[in-house]
Ligand binder design. Structure first.
Ligand code: B12
Ligand code: SF4
Length: 650
């Protein structure tokens, strides 16, 4: 008789260009699918739906931050008393090749394996037949699950326990009602692997009423909106805050503005913030019409919305028409952005490059308009990709057009089709240029200068993440974390496993370049901060006091006067520390010495440039040791101050 069931929920990653599994030391966004399936499993266990005596052990593994312990998982199934089920969850198209390789390995060890998520659901939703890659999994004994499982998860696990798993389950036409289903469960130990350990995900609803041709969502989750209960969401947010100090959410709904329950959800969040003093904040995805919904923006702000991700996709009307995104009115984009900005909500725009009508000139023109006229705070660029499950994919297949056979590349960051006007690598070139241009020092400075006190750090932190992803990691920020890890043996079949020596030599080189690039990004962000920082209320008070003293002293200020200004300001801001004279003396860049002046690290950079030049030309004697020590000290002090502010804001 079966006594114990190991349920492994594994979210697979993707292979990089060199065939290594993509894994990071710290991730940025935890997986909502893992949280959803974890909650469903715990609910099945709590309600004893698998019997009174069966012990169920749940394991959560996210390959973007965890090394999958394949051998340990295989060993977990022992004798006739302990069974293991491996569930490859939330598998997107770009993760399908890696998921298939893992599935086959686990099957070889005799484990039961299930696979679900958007790739298999989308592919099977729009095709009458089963494609060869999914058939290969079925042939190897992997169970394929099509659709959502909120109402059927217990049945599936019962089939596992009884050893009668079917090859294919089809729940696509049986979409679950989400209203009272278990809310995604956030595990503290999982969150520790992410930069923000106060960060949770939650889908408050699923589906979208629109009909964009590149979108898979409507063909998998449907065009009819299904929503969760607002009261249940409030209970979960309260519990997560009290138990795990989670105060920031990503509401993963594709279009929160079309969630029929949006107002009730905002109202409970407002109640939590204003009456129970739970400082919940969130980001959400909305459409370009959302700003017109009565009370939507105002309530979003009161409910704690920090960022909206807007599916703008293009600023070119012909492109939008071709993609069936007729709800987007380009003329209203600026007002949309301004409305959110006025409510102190950061705007993040999704923008696709590579629509059939795009040419090198038209893309440049559109991007310039986006930056100068629409002026969003952030943009995520994507390359148009015919994802299986989208109408674009079906149409291209019907027309017999070439699509790249390797699904690993279907991450909207690679060219996988032949573009009529962007040939010979031009598409990729323009795509990366778009990232560089938008995230140039000049544009980031402009964004930060028009940011309010409330949105400033949110915008700066996101610049940090995005810049680091594109510049250091060379990956799309939404598929990236901090500091890339590579397992020597975690390589795609067909790629050689390097000898230890070869591997360590290559890695040492990579790590050095990586760290150097991270430092460059950090310094760039530091410069941005110096140039654009807002002074706090306490600083403004000190400046007022300082001006009074300056007047009395006829403009001549001593360090003691600076201290006096701090002392006076401390009456209003008791937590203010009075700096020592030494500190004031060294901190040349100290903002209060010349209020209103723009601070910069340009003089430091110039010094290091010259020092580096002397060093490479072996003219060491031209580097004055006292200036070297002084600037080293100033730089360390400045970086420390920046990092402290960054961490505090985070
Ligand atoms: C939130 C989100 C993100 C977040 C991820 C946050 C997170 N880690 O949770 C961010 C912004 C990082 C992101 C990035 C990307 N995303 Co995304 N994302 C979504 C979104 C909007 C919600 C995901 C979600 O939580 N859904 C709710 C869960 C519960 O649904 P689910 O995963 O389908 O799971 C259910 C069923 O499928 C089933 N199921 C799933 N797995 C399994 C396994 C078993 C064994 C069983 C039985 C059942 C089962 O049960 C679940 C519960 O019912 C979806 C669209 C959507 N509506 O789902 C797109 C979506 C998944 N993303 C998509 C894409 C393309 C991407 C990117 C490649 C785009 C890009 N370049 O940025 C990257 C890839 C990132 C990565 N490495 O994973 C596509 C995937 C399509 C495809 N065929 O590949 C989607 C569908 C959107 C789209 N454009 O069409 N994404
Ligand atoms: S608005 Fe967004 S979620 Fe809705 S169909 Fe278009 S792309 Fe898909």
């Amino acid at each position: 008789m079966l006594r114990k069931l190991h349920v492994y929920l594994i979210k697979p990653s993707q292979y990089d260009e060199e065939g290594y599994v993509v894994r990071h030391w710290r991730g940025v966004l935890p997986s909502n699918t893992l949280a959803c399936l974890a909650a469903l499993t715990e609910d099945v266990v709590a309600r004893k739906l698998l019997g009174e005596t069966l012990q169920v052990k749940l394991h959560l593994l996210d390959e973007t931050v965890d090394k999958i312990p394949v051998k340990r998982v295989c060993r977990s199934q022992r004798g006739g008393h302990t069974r293991t089920i491996v569930c490859l969850v939330g598998v997107q198209t770009n993760q399908f090749p890696r998921a298939s390789d893992l599935a086959l390995e686990f099957r070889k060890a005799g484990l039961a394996v299930m696979i679900g998520g958007f790739h298999v659901s989308g592919t099977l939703a729009l095709r009458p037949d089963i494609p060869p890659d999914i058939q290969a999994l079925l042939d190897a004994g992997v169970t394929v699950v099509k659709g959502e499982v909120e109402e059927t998860w217990a049945d599936l696990l019962r089939d596992v326990v009884a050893g009668r798993l079917q090859p294919l389950y089809d729940f696509l036409n049986n979409k679950p009602d989400l209203y009272d289903k278990p809310i995604p469960l956030i595990r503290r130990e999982y969150l520790r692997k992410f930069v923000g350990s106060n960060f949770g995900t939650l889908d408050c609803g699923r589906g979208c009423p629109f009909e964009c041709s590149f979108c898979t969502i409507i063909n998998v989750q449907g065009r009819k909106m299904r929503v969760r209960s607002a009261e249940q969401i409030a209970r979960a947010v309260r519990l997560n805050y009290r138990r795990h100090a989670i105060s920031f959410y990503f509401f993963t709904d594709d279009n929160f503005a079309r969630n029929k329950n949006w107002e009730a959800i905002f109202d409970v969040l407002i109640r939590l913030r204003e009456e129970e003093h739970i400082p919940v904040k969130f980001m959400m995805q909305v459409d370009v019409l959302s700003w017109k919904i009565r009370n939507f923006v105002e309530k979003a702000q009161r409910a704690g919305c920090q960022t909206v991700f807007i599916g703008m996709e293009s600023i070119n009307t012909d492109n939008l028409k071709a993609a069936g995104k007729t709800q987007n009115n380009v003329e209203e984009y600026s007002r949309l952005i301004e409305t959110y900005r006025a409510a102190d909500i950061s705007t993040h725009v999704g923008y696709i490059i590579g629509f059939p009508g795009d040419t090198p000139d038209s893309v440049q023109r559109d991007l310039a308009r986006l930056e100068k006229e629409v002026r969003p705070d952030h943009v995520s660029f994507f390359m148009l990709t015919p994802l299986p499950g989208s109408c674009d994919h079906v149409e291209m297949a019907r027309r017999g057009e070439w699509m790249h056979p390797d699904f690993n590349l279907y991450d909207s960051h690679h060219e996988v089709t032949v573009h009529p006007h962007l040939k010979n690598g031009e598409w990729t070139q323009i795509y990366f240029q778009a990232w560089r241009k938008f995230y140039s020092l000049e544009n980031m400075r402009a964004v930060l200068q028009r940011s309010s006190l409330r949105t400033y750090w949110n915008n700066l932190l996101r610049f940090f993440w995005y810049k680091n992803s594109i510049q250091t990691e060379g990956r799309h920020p939404m598929m990236c974390g901090f500091f890339r890890l590579k397992g020597r043996r975690d390589r795609r079949p067909g790629f050689p496993v390097l000898s230890r020596w070869q591997y360590f030599r290559t890695r040492a080189r990579e790590v050095r370049a990586h760290l150097a690039s991270m430092v460059r990004v950090l310094l760039e962000m530091e410069e941005l901060w110096l140039e654009t920082r807002h002074s706090s209320a306490a600083e403004q008070r000190i400046v007022e006091e300082l001006n009074k003293i300056r007047e009395a002293a006829r403009g001549r200020l001593k360090l003691a006067d600076l201290q006096l200004a701090h002392l006076r300001a401390r009456m209003q801001f008791p937590s203010l520390r009075v700096p020592s004279k030494l500190h004031l003396f060294w901190a040349k860049w100290y903002p209060l010495l010349a209020p209103g002046k723009v601070y910069t690290r340009a003089d430091l950079d110039a010094f290091w440039q010259t020092a580096k030049q002397h060093w490479t030309e072996r003219r060491w004697f031209r580097i004055p040791p006292h200036r070297l020590a002084f600037n080293l000290f100033r730089d360390a002090q400045l970086s420390l101050l920046f990092v402290i502010n960054l961490v505090r804001a985070h």
